[in-house]
Design a protein around this ligand. Structure first.
Ligand code: NI
Length: 388
């Protein structure tokens, strides 16, 4: 099976699908029409599937052997963004847009499903096509953790289309690719009073200022400089007048790191700083650390197989390096359980004005990139099936 040539043959099929999905974007957990369209395509390809409880689908293609089971994943939701460009396939759902390229993810995965089902005799594994809802909530993949078919997979592979890399380039490095993304929610509790008589009050505003400053000493003084993390207080609410010391201050923040080891120690460190600072200023506190998505970490062996797959379809020049980035991606929930790899497939083409960032209201992708992506899905399966 020559993956790249076969994917090229499916270019128009994928473009048509992508434009269909692009016209009808649906928000997280509301991907009903999207799910229906995916099922229709799977029916046409005679690939059996089971629907996920709300939205999304898991399809199964059985080759010569039951194992390994290779899970190929595409996310299917869109964003609450108003598309501003007048593309011929512009969103018909006002205020909702496939601004993160998930329309192309589904199309590439359907393209790969079509190719693989047409060459079933060359498969010595089971391929599971996972069309996952609600990636943008960073919780969609988490709900797959109690799906037996998904958890039966021995290895996972996913693609994110990437406008920061020129079309023709693909990055599949091992190790951390995205950070974990957790939330801190806390309250500094003082005692209200008159602004002119602070001695009769416990000032939560002054305490909060100290808490925010002191929290930064965790990153600068307690974390190994070879590791990285970010603790950002991003929301602060309190007060009603210029002369009233309020009762309390509510704050929200985000905590990010590439290192699971660092992530483990942060909740306690943050609470200690909040608690001791509040004590110094005679204030009390409430604190909650909300675990979000883990860091996205590519398994070395899966990455190495993905590298060979890229070389096979695009040659040495197809393999590009891209530095890890402090965003979040919920595929991490799956990679925390099983080995696997997330690939960044370049889709930047400035000549066609396809250069805007993911989530931007002008985002568009070079559709040629979908040939590379579908070929990569196929080639990854071919290499992986005989090696794990
Ligand atoms: Ni995305």
């Amino acid at each position: 099976m020559r993956a790249y040539e076969l994917a090229s043959d499916e270019k128009q099929y994928m473009i048509d699908l992508r434009r269909h999905f692009h016209r009808q974007p649906e928000l997280s957990w509301q991907e009903y029409a999207t799910t229906k369209k995916i099922c229709e395509e799977l029916d046409r390809l005679s690939i059996p599937y089971s629907k996920l409880p709300k939205t999304g689908v898991v399809a199964t293609l059985e080759g010569g052997k039951k194992h390994p089971v290779i899970g190929l994943r595409a996310d299917i939701d869109a964003l609450p963004v108003k598309e501003v460009r007048d593309l011929p396939f512009k969103s018909l759902n006002e205020g909702v847009m496939h601004a993160c390229g998930h329309d192309s993810h589904m199309s590439m995965l359907l393209g790969a499903a079509k190719i693989l089902s047409g060459h079933k005799e060359e498969l010595s594994c089971t391929v599971r096509f996972i069309f996952q809802p609600a990636e943008e909530t960073i919780q969609g993949a988490r709900t797959l953790l109690d799906n037996a078919e998904v958890m039966e997979c021995d290895d996972f592979f996913a693609i994110h289309i990437f406008p920061y890399i020129e079309t023709g380039g693909i990055s599949v490095e091992e190790g951390p690719r995205f950070t974990s993304a957790d939330t801190i929610k806390f309250k500094v509790i003082g005692q209200g009073g008159h602004g002119s008589m602070p001695q009769d009050a416990v000032d939560p505003i002054l305490t909060s200022a100290a808490v925010i400053n002191n929290l930064q000493s965790i990153v600068s003084r307690e974390i190994d400089p070879r590791d990285t993390c970010v603790v950002s207080v991003c929301s602060i609410h309190s007060g009603s007048a210029s002369n009233i010391i309020p009762n309390d201050v509510e704050m929200l923040g985000t905590v990010r790191t590439f290192s699971p080891k660092v992530r483990e120690v942060l909740p306690e460190k943050i609470e200690r700083v909040i608690a001791k600072t509040c004590e110094t200023f005679r204030a009390a506190y409430e604190y909650e650390y909300i675990h979000g998505t883990p860091a996205t970490i590519n398994d070395p062996q899966s990455s190495e197989r993905a590298e060979r797959a890229v070389r096979e379809i695009l040659g040495e020049e197809g393999l590009v390096k891209y530095e890890k980035t402090p965003g979040g991606e919920d595929f991490a929930w799956l990679l925390e359980k099983k080995p696997g790899c997330l690939a960044f497939v370049g889709c930047r083409n400035e000549a066609n004005d396809q250069k805007y960032a993911l989530h931007n209201e002008r985002f568009d992708l070079d559709e040629e990139a979908m040939v590379n992506g579908a070929a990569l899905f196929v080639q990854y399966v071919l290499i992986t099936q005989s090696e794990i």
